[in-house]
Design a protein around this ligand. Structure first.
Ligand SMILES: Cc1ncc(C[n+]2csc(CCOP(=O)(O)OP(=O)(O)O)c2C)c(N)n1
Length: 450
């Protein structure tokens, strides 16, 4: 505590003899390039690969051109990790979006089948989704030396600015003539996009399909839009359904996956880029924690922004759904409603109370019109989508462990067991309902009660 009278005293500027550090306010040069021998070795490693995959992270921001050129020469497929999503435009055909639980099947297949992995500006921590040790040759480039070789036993570690280092490597890369690997990756991505579209079109009996809401939002994103997501299921839908085109930006809380980032990030984006449209996708749990109150901040500062368009999409499922699913799939525990239920609030009404536009979406048929209205409105809109809590944020490939745990959770009396079995089967309709019934559907109601 600082006493009141001390607060009012005039401060004497500390001097160097008071051990005052006189630091520079100038950012360091980032044109850090590794020695020529390392550049040549990295190029040789990439040249030797027949099936090269680039794993692109947040540290590659600003180096889009270099990544695309290097991938063109190497005939590489590109995976972006969540915070690297904006680095590679979504219309690059061999960009398979994210990896892991909220990633795509083509990304998973790349990791399983590539022979060379190039880690660029990433500290991707989920080792179970990286190639098996020794199955590929790997090189990493990063400006943060502490990240080099941390997640994968790389053969070469280049400490350098990714942009400058790739620019130095590119002249050493031989243009591959056999582009069958890159083409295969691109072909698989076409199938995956159809799968995402199909999953967005599934209708569920107990509420709006959140995938369809986010899928529809994606269709309307104007040039240079900025999209944020929170740490709940919106992170899954962001990975699966948001496609950031050139010039767009997106972000969420990365490695720690802390809730409550979506709204502050969106507000920060409006301050930093007031002329751009910003879209915040957020679960009702996070919206109650730091979202409804952030809208008061928005009301206070809205007049400062040249373009007042801010769209908040609330996935209103009365559930801390991401964790409900983690309880089922990772811990084999049924959902404990005391911990997981979120009190239902009229979020559209709350928006109206603040003078904004609030739109309720209570059925899939209303999604298109609501989203179009939000993007047509030059102001703040809250879309309050009453979603089903039983839509599984399914990983691209259901692991045996996932299926077994979910089965056990349902056997232990999950309160939503019948709906979960039914909706999981619906979600995977394109992959074959039988497979889902075999893995998740654990037979009759009697058995479940037993
Ligand atoms: C600060 C914080 N608390 C708790 C968690 C654990 N957690 C991750 S997602 C989640 C539920 C999010 O619920 P909601 O915002 O309603 O989104 P939904 O998953 O239902 O879409 C929780 C509790 C976290 N990541 N960060």
């Amino acid at each position: 505590m600082i006493p009141h009278d001390v607060q009012a005293m005039k401060m004497v500027e500390p001097q160097a003899e008071n051990w005052m550090s006189r630091s520079s306010a100038v950012a360091p040069s980032t044109a850090v390039v590794p020695p020529e021998a390392d550049i040549a070795a990295a190029a040789a490693l990439i040249n030797a690969g027949k099936k090269v995959t680039f794993l692109v992270g947040h540290g590659v921001n600003g180096a889009t051109d270099e990544v695309l050129e290097a991938a063109r020469l190497a005939g590489a497929g590109i995976i972006t990790v969540l915070r690297g999503k904006q680095v590679v435009p979504s219309d690059v055909p061999h960009h398979t979006q994210q990896l892991g639980l909220l990633g795509s099947l083509p990304s998973l297949h790349q990791v399983e089948k590539c022979d060379t992995l190039v880690l660029l500006g990433t500290n991707y921590p989920y080792g179970q989704f990286l190639p098996k040790t020794g199955s590929v040759r790997a090189v990493q480039i990063d400006l943060k030396p502490e990240q080099l070789g941390l997640r994968y036993p790389t053969e070469l570690n280049l400490w350098g600015d990714v942009r400058a280092t790739l620019a130095a490597i590119i002249p050493h890369l031989e243009a591959k003539t056999d582009l069958s690997w890159q083409q295969k990756v691109a072909d698989e991505m076409v199938d995956w996009e159809n799968e995402m579209q199909a999953q967005a079109e599934v209708s569920y009996p107990d509420g709006v399909n959140p995938r369809r809401v986010v899928h529809e939002v994606n269709k309307h994103l104007p040039p240079r839009a900025i999209v944020t997501a929170d740490a709940g299921t919106t992170a899954d839908w962001y990975g699966h359904h948001i496609r950031l085109r050139e010039g767009m930006m997106g972000d969420l809380s990365g490695r720690l996956a802390s809730m409550m980032a979506a709204m502050p990030y969106a507000v920060a984006a409006k301050f930093a880029f007031p002329e751009r449209t910003v879209v915040c996708t957020i679960g009702d749990g996070a919206f109650q924690m730091l979202g409804m109150n952030e809208l008061i901040t928005v009301k206070k500062y809205l007049s400062r922004w040249s373009n007042p368009q801010l769209i908040v999409v609330v996935i209103h499922n009365d559930d801390l759904s991401q964790v409900s699913w983690e309880m089922r799939t990772e811990d084999a525990n049924p959902v404990w409603r005391t911990a997981q239920d979120v009190e239902s609030v009229d979020y559209a009404g709350w928006a109206e109370l603040l003078g904004f536009t609030g739109i309720q979406v209570r059925s899939d048929d209303e999604i298109e019109e609501a989203v179009a209205a939000a993007f047509a409105h030059r102001g703040v809109t809250v879309i309050d989508a009453y979603c089903s809590r039983n839509i599984p944020p399914l990983p691209a490939h259901i692991s045996a462990e996932f299926a077994k745990n979910t089965g056990f959770a349902l056997l232990k009396g999950d309160p939503f067991a019948p709906a979960v079995v039914r909706d999981s089967a619906e979600a995977l309709v394109t992959e074959g309902v039988e497979r889902v019934k075999n893995t998740l559907g654990i037979g009759s109601d009697d058995k479940r009660r037993g």
